[in-house]
Ligand binder design. Structure first.
Ligand code: AMP
Length: 366
């Protein structure tokens, strides 16, 4: 007998989301048209971006086992919108309800050395790197990796936080003290021509669909702008897609995997970071793609078939960071623009307040 396709969750089922930020918000908004409800779990869930648009929210600590028990009883599947959920929380929930993606993806994505060595084990390229836990190892690492290089904390770094550049004249003991962590990675500074990312989705039946390669510009480690299609040769795009497909399969993910990569002058594709969840560089899909990354995420974790990933419009995504939100009235007057705000009460420098997706042109041939 032919294998039966996996059964999707019925409409009206509830998706539990660990994490209460903007990615949870946009996932909950995408779940609604498919008939699903969302229950947010986060120590600061109450009134946050995701809770504002969800059927239920629990504000409790990651190790509040009674609260996790109660949460598990109300949901049909659990996923997460950020990758720093403690592993013990995920282990606890997994014994009560399916958690998608599973723990391997989280474990790898939570640690920069794990992430790079996992990518290399799959035959993919990364920047030269060296795991560093002491000042002596930093000195050895610098001899191996060379300058300029960049020292990063292995865990909990995001948007360029926990990163220090090292040049010839940098004092290593000062850098080591400033980093304030004894679990770090030293990476050779890559002279990239382009930064790109690919978001892949994998369904419950193992089907994989990649979104088109996105070209990204960062400032001070924070994503500012993404544009599709990426202006890169076909062979480079193919290598980027291959990296995402290889990693999502190897990590046995049901859900999404975002893979950030550097493209060098020689056309090499180096894996920099992975995230097993929706990603800022995929926000353009909300208005420029046949299926948004958030809908695709919901489809994957609930067992629905994946949606098409064709580009509808050449699109740019601009992050609204800090005071950038003051420009929203202007964006609203632009007929090519779609504004997405995250419902954050207070704007602070460096804080992502929303984004704008702007149509650049109709896709040629469409
Ligand atoms: P990350 O937190 O690793 O995603 O780094 C944030 C940004 O810093 C990247 O998107 C790059 O723009 C820059 N960056 C990080 N690592 C490197 C590296 N090894 N070489 C060059 N630029 C880097």
């Amino acid at each position: 007998m032919a294998p039966q396709p996996p059964k999707p969750l019925p409409a009206n089922a509830t998706i539990g989301i660990l994490g209460g930020g903007q990615l949870g918000r946009m996932t909950a908004l995408a779940a609604a048209p498919l008939g699903y409800r969302c229950h947010i779990y986060d120590p600061d869930a109450a009134g946050g971006p995701a809770a504002q648009v969800s059927a239920a929210a629990t504000s409790a600590a990651w190790d509040d086992w009674a609260a996790l028990d109660a949460f598990a009883k109300t949901v049909d599947v659990v996923t997460y919108e950020f990758e720093n959920v403690p592993m013990a929380t995920v282990d606890y929930l997994m014994r009560r309800v399916p958690v998608r993606p599973g723990p391997m993806a989280l474990e790898v994505a939570q640690h920069r050395v794990e992430e790079k060595s996992f990518a290399r084990d799959q035959g993919l390229e990364t920047a030269h790197y060296w795991g560093v836990t002491t000042l002596d190892e930093l000195i050895d690492g610098l001899a191996a990796v060379g300058v300029p290089s960049i020292l990063k904390t292995c865990r909990l770094g995001y948007d360029g936080k926990g990163q220090i550049r090292i040049d010839m004249d940098t004092s290593l003991s000062k850098v080591w003290d400033d980093l304030g962590s004894d679990d770090a990675i030293l990476e050779r500074m890559v002279r990239f021509t382009t930064e790109v990312s690919v978001i892949a989705a994998r369904g419950l039946d193992g089907e994989i669909a990649c979104f088109p390669v996105t070209e990204n510009s960062h400032e001070d480690g924070i994503l500012r702008r993404s544009v599709v299609p990426a202006q890169i040769p076909d062979g480079v795009a193919e290598a980027a897609r291959h990296a995402a497909e290889t990693l999502i399969e190897a990590l046995d993910i049901v859900g999404l995997l975002a893979v950030e990569m550097f493209v060098t002058e020689e056309g090499e594709v180096l894996v920099n970071e992975v995230a097993p969840r929706p990603h800022n560089s995929g926000h353009w899909t909300q208005n420029g793609c046949a299926t948004s990354q958030f809908e695709q995420f919901v489809r994957a974790v609930t067992g629905l078939p994946l949606g098409p990933t064709d580009i509808l419009f050449e699109t740019e995504m601009l992050n609204l960071i800090g005071d950038d939100v003051d420009a929203v009235p202007g964006h609203l007057r632009d007929p090519a623009a779609h504004v997405h705000l995250y419902g954050k009460a207070e704007s602070r420098p460096g804080r992502k307040m929303g984004h704008v997706n702007r149509r650049l042109s109709l896709r040629r041939g469409s």
